[in-house]
Design a protein around this ligand. Structure first.
Ligand code: TYD
Length: 223
């Protein structure tokens, strides 16, 4: 079985990759493709998502996305996302990394900084503090940001939904999603080593190739 470079060099560096961006950016397609590429390399991979990924997280997800919860306050919302994340970390992510598995996660702390910190105006430092507690400050070593204009995101979401009702977050207005997008880009500019910005309007084939080039370059021992 092949190993990722960390094992080969004996450094024991974990491989924890997250995917961020507005809805409709094509993250899930690319996560699936990357999963198969890793598996083809003989690596064990755990794929998960937020909010959710555990039974408790899925219960929190229901509360968070159900449009009937109009009374949910911004702080409560940030706490519930953080709670789902803490459970996922405890139950899935940390054990997988300790086993030496690759972990691919659809959204993580950056999503809270963007959607709750910037979008709802809670402030990214406050939300970062909450999330340092929730995650024991466990950071991904690589994050792909699927950058997409807000209008494009909204028309893709509308198309994909094909008649079903928008969830509680999708109901927010374009200015809200502009703040979310700008915050993602701010994070990427502040942490260029960790965050790779992708043009999510590119074709799925091109995105797949770009992602694999970056991952293989950094981490995978491709003979
Ligand atoms: P979901 O249907 O999972 O969106 P996607 O499949 O596109 O990831 O819904 C999750 C929603 O929750 C999405 O609109 C983004 C939002 N979200 C936050 O607001 N804060 C967070 O910390 C996370 C993880 C997600």
């Amino acid at each position: 079985m092949k190993r990722h470079k960390s094992d080969v060099t004996g450094v024991q560096r974990r491989l924890f990759i997250t995917f961020e961006g507005l809805d409709g950016a094509g993250k899930s397609t690319q996560i699936e493709r990357l999963l198969h590429k890793f598996q083809a390399q003989g690596l064990r991979v755990v794929m998960t998502r937020e909010p959710g990924g555990t039974e408790i997280g899925n219960a929190l997800r229901e509360i968070l996305l159900d449009p009937k919860h109009t009374a949910l306050s911004p702080r409560t919302e940030a706490l519930l996302y953080a709670a789902s994340r803490a459970q996922l970390l405890h139950q899935v992510i940390r054990p997988a990394l300790e086993r030496g598995d690759v972990v691919l996660c659809d959204r993580y702390v950056d999503a809270s900084l963007a959607y709750q910190g910037a979008g709802l105006g809670l402030g990214s430092e406050e939300v970062a503090r909450l999330n340092r507690f929730a995650t024991e400050d466990l950071k991904p070593n690589l994050t792909f940001l699927f950058d997409l204009p807000v209008q494009e995101s909204q028309s893709r979401v509308l198309h994909a939904r094909s008649g079903s009702a928008p969830d509680r977050i999708e109901r927010r207005d374009a200015e809200y999603f502009q703040r979310v997008r700008q915050e993602f880009l701010r994070i990427a500019a502040a942490e260029p080593e960790r965050v790779v910005v992708l043009d999510a309007t590119a074709s799925p084939e091109r995105l797949e190739q770009e992602i694999w080039n970056i991952v293989a370059n950094r981490y995978v021992d491709l003979e």
